[in-house]
Design a protein around this ligand. Structure first.
Ligand SMILES: *[C@@H]1O[C@H](CO)[C@@H](O)[C@H](O)[C@H]1NC(C)=O
Ligand SMILES: *[C@@H]1O[C@H](CO)[C@@H](O)[C@H](O)[C@H]1NC(C)=O
Ligand SMILES: *[C@@H]1O[C@H](CO)[C@@H](O)[C@H](O)[C@H]1NC(C)=O
Ligand SMILES: *[C@@H]1O[C@H](CO)[C@@H](O)[C@H](O)[C@H]1NC(C)=O
Ligand SMILES: *[C@@H]1O[C@H](CO)[C@@H](O)[C@H](O)[C@H]1NC(C)=O
Ligand SMILES: *[C@@H]1O[C@H](CO)[C@@H](O)[C@H](O)[C@H]1NC(C)=O
Ligand SMILES: *[C@@H]1O[C@H](CO)[C@@H](O)[C@H](O)[C@H]1NC(C)=O
Ligand SMILES: *[C@@H]1O[C@H](CO)[C@@H](O)[C@H](O)[C@H]1NC(C)=O
Ligand SMILES: *[C@@H]1O[C@H](CO)[C@@H](O)[C@H](O)[C@H]1NC(C)=O
Ligand SMILES: *[C@@H]1O[C@H](CO)[C@@H](O)[C@H](O)[C@H]1NC(C)=O
Length: 518
């Protein structure tokens, strides 16, 4: 349908329904009219709607101007005008054509977004097309488009939209993931075309974690499932010195489908089944191949029920972010390292290492260190406060600084990553592991005045008999004294009165008749 026809239709509707046209479905915004609060434009085929929608998050009251599938009951935004500058839902807001012919979005009478197109006339109209493309064009010539939403995609490419670049107009159409599953704000993943016209997925504009391979006339070499194809979708690829783009086209207009780069950095097609969204053709196949998809200090596991887990010694920082799949700063250290960070402390107990076998090592290692043994490698790591892990294997000694990203389970080709933790964190895990092996040395603190002692059991040895000796005390405090197991058995009445359990092990009440001082 040409624009002049739709404009005439729109004017007819406007004349006939008068003020009712606010809620009547029209696909065109004309100068002098504004789209406010609860108004919407609906494409002529009824498939898409444009208006203000709530973020849908229980954590924010944000509102966005955007486009969604009009026939899908579950709100599914496909485009957002101002994703990084949300409007509070308390603000009055309107979209209109300004005196210079551009579209402007006002919140509390302040312009927060505009199309900024190079227009030499103010006789423009904005139309929501059947494809879901929102275009600003010459009101008397529908072929003359000044601006279109397809040139500024958010995280979704609709059927018929170009993905790629044009050196003449300067547009580079790439999908940028959302920061989390509730907000529309930009995340760190993007998907577009490199200078050779090869599709790629990139983390933080710097790390390419997936490449489509070259176009062979029918499909991209890394996406052979495109060849299987279907009569419902056709592909167009174009490449010249000035322009490179890729388009998919759905042949049957009744099919509701889109291509999205999701919060986790995975790209896929989604189709509406009538009840829910069904995902297909995901790239990359495995989520753990996506750079940093779980965030720093996590382990990614594709085969388990949870994709992301915090590493040993780390805990989920914000359950809200975790729920929303926000990848930034998900896991935080339980106990600060003895050396480094704000808790720099050179006098305490040295940090320890926790071994993680079967691990895909993180990238960005700090080179191979000249070390002839695992111990030497560990020492190199300990000597620098920003070192967080090392690995000693066939390739020699590697160390990592700061955040560990992209660590995944790999039972086939995995190696052992030794994670630097505060000594306390590593000891507590050993305690748990050796329970059942019965006994070891015991640290006892005595409260002589009331004759009671609380025994703290640290199970670190298989030896059942220990000779009494004074352990060297590096901190210059109260000496550590070890007792024979039988003495402790007697003092605690065979460990009958358990007082509780701490991170070092179980605590029992006991009475010593004689303190073996030397
Ligand atoms: C959202 O707005 C309501 C009132 O309109 C307020 O009570 C609530 O606290 C707000 N929620 C957030 C997360 O700002
Ligand atoms: C803002 O959002 C909150 C919660 O989503 C809702 O209760 C409130 O009515 C909204 N306010 C406006 C003005 O839309
Ligand atoms: C278009 O611009 C002219 C002057 O440049 C102005 O008189 C007229 O009101 C404008 N029309 C609209 C709809 O803004
Ligand atoms: C805007 O369009 C005019 C006329 O077509 C042209 O001379 C000018 O360079 C353009 N400006 C920009 C920023 O593209
Ligand atoms: C808009 O289209 C009309 C009719 O084709 C033309 O006369 C006019 O110059 C166009 N406006 C601009 C700014 O190109
Ligand atoms: C409408 O615009 C297109 C593209 O700018 C142009 O090729 C065509 O000649 C214009 N038509 C008229 C009637 O001016
Ligand atoms: C992304 O890159 C920028 C600079 O290129 C850097 O400052 C920022 O820390 C990076 N973000 C993350 C999460 O690493
Ligand atoms: C360093 O550690 C020692 C022993 O653990 C402690 O007494 C001291 O307060 C700590 N100093 C700082 C600055 O944390
Ligand atoms: C590695 O270290 C050993 C002694 O620690 C030294 O003899 C050797 O020259 C070093 N090799 C390199 C390449 O630095
Ligand atoms: C620790 O490593 C960082 C990063 O490589 C470096 O800037 C710093 O100088 C090192 N510190 C020491 C004490 O070697």
């Amino acid at each position: 349908m040409s624009s002049s026809v739709s404009l005439v239709m729109h004017l007819l509707l406007f004349t006939v329904h008068g003020l009712l046209s606010c809620s009547a479905a029209t696909d065109t915004l004309i100068p002098g009219r504004a789209l406010a609060q609860n108004d919407k434009l609906v494409s002529a085929n009824g498939k898409f709607a444009l208006g203000f929608f709530p973020s849908g998050s229980k954590f924010t009251n944000n509102t966005y101007l955007g486009i969604w599938f009009n026939q899908v009951p579950e709100l599914t935004p496909v485009w957002t005008a101002h994703r990084d500058k949300p409007i509070s839902n308390q603000s009055t807001r309107e979209l209109k054509i300004s005196t210079d012919g551009n579209l402007i979005l006002l919140a509390q009478s302040t312009v927060i977004w505009s199309t900024k197109a190079n227009i030499t006339t103010n006789s423009t109209v904005a139309v929501l097309l059947n494809s879901g493309n929102f275009v600003l064009r010459n009101s008397s010539n529908s072929s003359q488009t000044f601006w279109e939403s397809f040139d500024y995609p958010t995280d979704i490419a609709l059927s018929g939209a170009k993905l790629g670049w044009n050196k003449i107009t300067g547009v580079d159409r790439r999908l940028v993931s959302r920061k989390n599953s509730a907000d529309q704000a930009s995340g760190l993943y993007s998907s577009g075309m490199d200078s050779d016209g090869i599709g790629q997925q990139v983390w933080n504009s710097s790390v390419v974690y997936w490449s489509s391979g070259a176009w062979n006339g029918k499909f991209f070499s890394s996406e052979p499932e495109m060849a299987a194809g279907s009569s419902e979708v056709t592909y167009t690829y174009f490449k010249s010195d000035q322009e490179a783009y890729f388009i998919y086209t759905i042949m049957d207009d009744r099919i509701i489908m889109y291509n999205v780069l999701d919060v986790s950095g995975q790209r896929m097609m989604r189709t509406w089944t009538g009840k829910n969204w069904n995902s297909l053709n995901t790239v990359p196949k495995s989520k753990c191949e996506i750079y940093a998809t779980c965030g720093p200090f996590t382990i990614c596991a594709d085969n388990g029920d949870t994709l992301c887990k915090c590493m040993k010694g780390f805990s989920i920082k914000s359950p809200e972010d975790w729920e929303l799949e926000d990848t930034s700063g998900r896991c935080i250290r339980n106990t600060p390292l003895n050396c480094g960070g704000v808790n720099r402390n050179k006098t305490g107990i040295a940090d320890k290492f926790y071994s993680m076998p079967g691990t895909r090592l993180p990238p960005n290692r700090k080179g191979i260190i000249n070390a002839s043994s695992a111990d030497e490698c560990a020492q190199v790591c300990l000597s620098n406060c920003s070192c967080t892990a090392y690995s000693y294997g066939t390739g020699g000694c590697s160390i990592w600084h700061d955040e560990l990203l992209n660590v995944a389970m790999d039972n086939n080709n995995g190696q052992t990553l030794s994670l630097r933790l505060a000594a306390k964190e590593v000891q507590s895990s050993k305690t748990k592991k050796s329970i059942g092996k019965i006994i070891g040395s015991v640290v006892a603190a005595s409260i002589a005045s009331i004759g009671l002692i609380i025994l703290l059991l640290i199970l670190i040895s298989r030896k059942k008999k220990l000779s009494i000796h004074k352990v060297d005390n590096c901190q210059g405090g109260v000496g550590i004294i070890s007792y024979k197991y039988v003495d402790l058995q007697r003092a605690t009445k065979n460990f009958s009165e358990k007082l509780g359990a701490g991170s070092f092990g179980s605590v029992f009440k006991g009475r010593l008749t004689l303190l073996p001082l030397q």
